[in-house]
Design a protein. Structure first.
Ligand code: DQA
Length: 144
């Protein structure tokens, strides 16, 4: 199972932004962990990050041909980017939405997600372990 793990805007600042919400690990730490967890679970993972919404849309277009499943944390775009919603819509495989922080327990505007209705599962507030849980969910589906 080929999985694209797509992190969006400002996630490159992990470790330097609000550690109470996002922890103190860097994006590189996160991706290193994701690759290690994927190896343990026998999953083929590719991690990508961008601060450019159009590039994130292109990651989603590329996934139509190159990925069987997605783990998505679009950052703040999650709350308002209908372009990302529309780009995801044609993807037919399982999609897990992950947020490091508890977006439902913070500002009201963070509760909305443009991914709603397009995801298999939503994992919030678990820090980087949320990505491990997302990979485990996908491995369980593969093995079902
Ligand atoms: C985030 C939550 C978003 O509200 C925020 O804009 C982010 C990170 C998270 O992982 O908790 O950039 O997606």
């Amino acid at each position: 199972m080929r999985i694209d793990v797509l992190n969006g805007v400002n996630l490159d600042l992990l470790g330097r932004r609000d550690p109470a919400q996002y922890g103190d690990g860097s994006l590189q730490d996160l991706e290193t962990q994701v690759y290690a967890w994927a190896r343990e679970l026998g999953l083929q993972v590719r991690c990508r990050q961008t601060n450019h919404e159009g590039e994130y849309v292109e990651f989603l277009h590329a996934a139509l041909d190159n990925a069987d499943a997605l783990v998505l944390n679009p950052g703040a775009w999650s709350h308002y980017s209908w372009a990302i919603h529309d780009a995801l819509e044609p993807f037919s495989g399982p999609v897990v939405e992950v947020h490091l922080s508890d977006v439902d327990g913070r500002e009201t505007w963070r509760r909305a997600s443009v991914l709603e209705g397009l995801t298999t599962e939503r994992i919030i507030g678990g820090g980087i372990n949320g990505y491990r849980r997302a990979l485990a969910v996908l491995a369980e589906r593969r093995d079902a």
